[in-house]
Ligand binder design. Structure first.
Ligand code: ZN
Ligand code: ZN
Ligand code: ZN
Length: 277
């Protein structure tokens, strides 16, 4: 392995900084409601209301998950959400699942919303016990003014695993202190492996266009952790697998960026944060 150093100094605890991400390798397909996918049918019970956008104005502090600067006025119909992704625990045991649940469902409000950090779809995460779902809901059509960029084509996954190292801004405080990294320094050490853009579970955030900022949990203060990356493009790098199509889901976030979902390591049901980077 290449010697990785900072300013000529060996990096303490380098092996502990490695995170093994599950690269999803989405490919166009026809997933069923009981399969993991992007943009396919959700295993959503017909007797449960279909979710609406959580970003309303005035804001609902219990429903909204980021520092949105505006939202859908509550005196008008609030848009219905669309299926963005579904992950079963059997396929992705690396994901955090609250006790008694075995499927994670991700929904988008396919319109633009403004946060201090980005403009993009609103995101809602729902965990459930698949065994409790009887009849499956027929989803309402997407809102008429939905952005095509936020309506994914159905994809199935051909996952593989890939080891990743963090960017300098994600080094733990003790590593920064041991190396004497000055406050505010963000340049990666020379020869540091690049983090490329692809959809994945776990791993580290590439931080291409935005800065790492304000990622404390709103409920408990713990530092939120990179959990799911939904990428516009699938770079053919890093893992050695072939990429059949570089934009299989057909979605596009900001300037062909990655929509990163951060969850709380203490309790995954605490409010998530999203950064498009
Ligand atoms: Zn919305
Ligand atoms: Zn928390
Ligand atoms: Zn791969």
């Amino acid at each position: 392995m290449r010697q990785l150093t900072y300013d000529g100094m060996p990096i303490p605890g380098l092996n502990d900084l490695v995170r093994t991400a599950i690269r999803l390798h989405p490919a166009p397909g026809e997933p069923r409601p009981d399969e993991s996918h992007f943009g396919g049918p959700l295993l959503w019970p017909s007797d449960e209301p279909w979710p609406e956008c959580p970003v309303t104005w005035p804001p609902d502090p219990d429903a909204s998950d980021d520092a949105w600067l505006g939202g859908h006025p509550l005196d008008e119909p609030v848009p219905a959400m669309v299926s963005a992704a579904q992950f079963f625990r059997d396929d992705f045991p690396e994901l955090p699942f609250p006790e008694g649940t075995d499927v994670l469902q991700i929904l988008f409000c396919p319109l633009d919303h403004n946060s201090p950090y980005h403009q993009g779809p609103a995101v809602r995460l729902v965990w459930r016990d698949s065994g409790e779902v009887g009849d499956i809901a027929v989803p309402p059509p997407p809102p008429e003014d939905a952005k095509a960029d936020y309506l994914p084509e159905p994809c199935v996954f051909e996952p593989c695993s890939i080891d990743e190292l963090p960017r300098l801004c994600d080094f733990p405080p003790e590593t920064r202190a041991a190396l004497g990294i000055p406050e505010g320094a963000s340049e990666d050490p020379e020869g540091w492996p690049e983090l490329d853009q692809y959809s994945k579970i776990g791993g580290w955030t590439p931080w291409y266009t935005t800065d790492r900022d304000d990622l404390g949990c709103r409920d408990c203060g713990a530092e939120l952790r990179q959990t799911i990356a939904l990428s516009t493009v699938e770079h053919e790098v890093g893992c050695g697998c072939e990429v059949a199509e570089d934009e299989p889901a057909g979605w596009s976030f900001a300037r062909q960026d990655v929509l990163n979902i951060f969850t709380c390591p203490t309790d995954v049901t605490h409010p998530v944060k999203v950064r498009i980077d």
